[in-house]
Design a protein around this ligand. Structure first.
Ligand SMILES: *Cc1c(COP(=O)(O)O)cnc(C)c1O
Length: 387
């Protein structure tokens, strides 16, 4: 079979992937994976909210009231009062007129891009944008031009040259998932104004993490409520599941009417929506989680850099330890695993070839002793290599 040959190729290239089984997850930064107790340094649960008792209780209560399944799409029978509360709360949180909840962040990107732009339009997309943006661009039928990562000069040049479109939209991740760096949003907004383009920000890794109130990249830069289209996920720092799009009332209304991922998919269950609603309150009322996360990120960045590792990120809970070839990243990941640290290798096609890496993510609930252990282990691995 053709796919068997393809699988062989994947294996030869060192790019074969397999599932890891999580048997239990604690609220202390530990997890049981494949029968081993591991320190979890790979989760997107940045604030530790996915294991928070308050979210769990909210989810149980809503499940008891509404049942486990929502039973229909939002436009038929799946729209509960909890969904509506969450949308109102998200709009308030993001300081936009409106917000709409979709089943995943992936679907929110597909929904936004396929609905808001079409074949007469141009999308200018950062080269490191998330796969769901790339897929959204493809499905939208708009022309897509990729600009160099976070490069405002390149973006401006492309805005100057490509003018013959009905509408132009600049799309960027707020925090880039594989490097942990932050998009130059003030510059992007400035260019959009000057060249009459719209701005869309994917705040999947920034919501709850950046900004004093956890409002994300726009709040971080003092641009809250000033972005045309903000989307994000409820599955990372928010600790639940789902995605959202926030913007003007007409924009949200249009998505509700037209976006196929909204119209043709069963709504999220009330339980998961209720946990997201509780999480937004906690995100705003417990800024100490963000303060701690940031201090830990900076410490790890400084320590690993001084040990001689090539590290990117550090301003966010995402740190990438760049290894080069897939085998090198796999080796480092296996070494970490021996010392009880769960941090998988990230390889092409997820990242550009030659930049295979270990992606470490921090949680506000990581303990001091876990941080010390990670740093000690990286030191040991480094020392052994040069002995
Ligand atoms: C995770 C992620 C998404 C997708 O969100 P899900 O809720 O997991 O589908 C979209 N964009 C970015 C940048 C992400 O990191």
């Amino acid at each position: 079979m053709i796919w068997e040959k393809e699988l062989e190729k994947i294996k030869e290239g060192g790019l074969y992937r397999q599932l890891q089984t999580v048997e239990a997850m604690s609220d202390q930064g530990y997890a049981m994976v494949n029968g081993h107790k591991m320190m979890m340094f790979a989760s997107n649960n940045y604030l530790g909210l996915a294991n928070d008792q308050r979210l769990i209780e909210a989810s149980v209560q809503a499940t008891q009231r509404f049942g486990t399944g929502s039973t229909g799409s939002r436009l038929t029978t799946g729209n509960t009062i909890v969904h509506e509360k969450l949308e109102k709360r998200l709009a308030e949180f993001k300081q936009t007129d409106s917000a709409i909840v979709l089943n995943t962040g992936y679907m929110a990107n597909i929904a936004a891009l396929t609905t808001l732009v079409g074949k007469d339009d141009l999308i200018l997309s950062d080269e490191m944008n998330h796969a769901s943006i790339i897929d959204g661009c493809r499905l939208s039928r708009a022309e897509t031009i990729i600009y160099r990562h976070a490069d405002l000069l390149d973006l401006e040049m492309k805005l100057q040259i490509n003018t013959r479109y009905r509408k132009r939209i600049i799309v960027t991740d707020g925090v880039f998932s594989m490097d942990g760096d932050i998009a130059p949003l003030p510059g992007i907004v400035e260019l959009a104004k000057r060249y009459d383009a719209l701005v869309m920000v994917d705040d999947a890794h920034a919501t709850g993490v950046l900004g004093k109130d956890g409002g994300g990249t726009s709040e971080h830069f003092g641009l809250k409520g000033k972005i045309d289209i903000e989307m994000g996920t409820l599955s990372k720092a928010v600790g639940a599941e789902g995605g959202y799009i926030a913007g003007s009332r007409s924009l949200v209304d249009y998505v509700l009417n037209r976006a196929r991922p909204f119209v043709f998919s069963t709504a999220l269950s009330a339980g998961v929506v209720a946990s997201a609603l509780t999480a937004v309150d906690i995100i705003q009322s417990e800024p100490e989680r963000r303060v701690r996360l940031r201090a830990m990120g900076q410490r790890l960045y400084n320590e690993l850099t001084s040990l001689g590792y090539t590290v990117s990120g550090g301003e966010t809970p995402i740190l990438a330890i760049i290894c080069g070839e897939p085998e090198q990243a796999m080796f480092l990941s296996k070494e970490l695993h021996k010392y009880g640290i769960y941090a998988p290798a990230i390889r092409p096609p997820t990242v550009p070839s030659g930049t295979s890496r270990i992606r470490l993510t921090l949680m506000a609930t990581h303990q001091e002793e876990q941080m010390n252990h990670v740093i000690d282990v990286f030191r040991t691995i480094r020392t052994n290599r040069y002995k």
